[in-house]
Design a protein around this ligand. Structure first.
Ligand code: PMT
Length: 221
């Protein structure tokens, strides 16, 4: 197989889990390790792409030959993705972007006075949805769906609602797949196809995802 099929293509990948500040000491986060996104960045680079990786905090090494942009919050990730959006051939949103952040970030550490502490949360901007609105002709937009139930139904809804070309759906309830795991198991859906990929390490999964992206690029020629 022609394994430099992404030569000359600009690929943007997001990875990792954003951290939303509560006060100078605490934050709201999720279990994303960044492995899925870093695997996609590595695999795209290996296929000749010009890769920009926008990453929330992880303890992973920067994939060789990629440009790494480090962010912390969903708002920062939104900003950086928008900086790159118009020049990318392929955008892959593998990051676990917080859906909610703290409405009022405390400037001083919240002291433990009352028995209960209630935090008010507000929605963050939906980066994938915005990318779907801004999508350029010939640009390939890949979203993910991290679900615990109704996987295919929710993934299909996302495909349409976000105007994505592909949704990579992963059921994150399995112990050895999804968040933090070395392996994943995904179903890649488009308006015309549904491809179930059995459990494998994330680099192998990344290769299969890029194979589907490659097919779309071929079709758009
Ligand atoms: O990082 P790992 O430990 O390797 O774990 C991999 C993973 C489970 C994080 C990854 O495979 C995955 O599923 N990433 C998407 C996680 C997620 O936020 O899924 P979601 O269904 O909540 O979001 C749907 C899509 O919208 C995703 O492409 C997400 O990047 C995007 N999104 C979500 C919220 C938001 N405010 N803006 C977004 O763009």
């Amino acid at each position: 197989k022609n394994q430099v099929d992404l030569a000359g293509k600009k690929v943007l990948v997001t990875a990792g889990g954003t951290k939303e500040t509560i006060d100078p000491v605490r934050f709201l986060a999720n279990h994303s390790s960044g492995k899925m996104g870093y695997a996609l960045a590595r695999a795209a680079r290996a296929r000749g792409a010009d890769v920009t990786l926008i990453s929330a905090p992880t303890n992973l090494n920067q994939p060789k030959g990629t440009e790494l942009i480090e962010v912390t919050t969903a708002a920062e990730m939104y900003q950086e993705v928008m900086n790159y959006q118009s020049e990318e051939d392929i955008i892959i949103m593998a990051a676990a972007v917080a859906d909610y952040r703290i409405s009022e970030v405390a400037t001083n550490k919240i002291k433990k006075n009352d028995e209960k502490l209630e935090l008010k949360l507000e929605r963050t901007k939906d980066i994938l949805a915005k990318l779907g609105q801004l999508k350029q002709p010939k640009q390939v937009l890949v979203g993910f769906a991290a679900e615990t139930n109704n996987l295919l139904q929710y993934a299909k809804e996302k495909l349409e609602a976000k105007n994505a070309d592909l949704i990579v759906a992963n059921d994150i309830t399995g112990a050895d797949i999804g968040f933090g795991a070395s392996d994943n198991q995904v179903t890649i859906i488009s308006t015309k196809s549904k491809r179930k990929i059995p459990q494998a390490n994330k680099l192998k999964i990344a290769t299969q995802i890029l194979d589907e992206v490659s097919k779309l690029l071929e079709e758009e020629k």
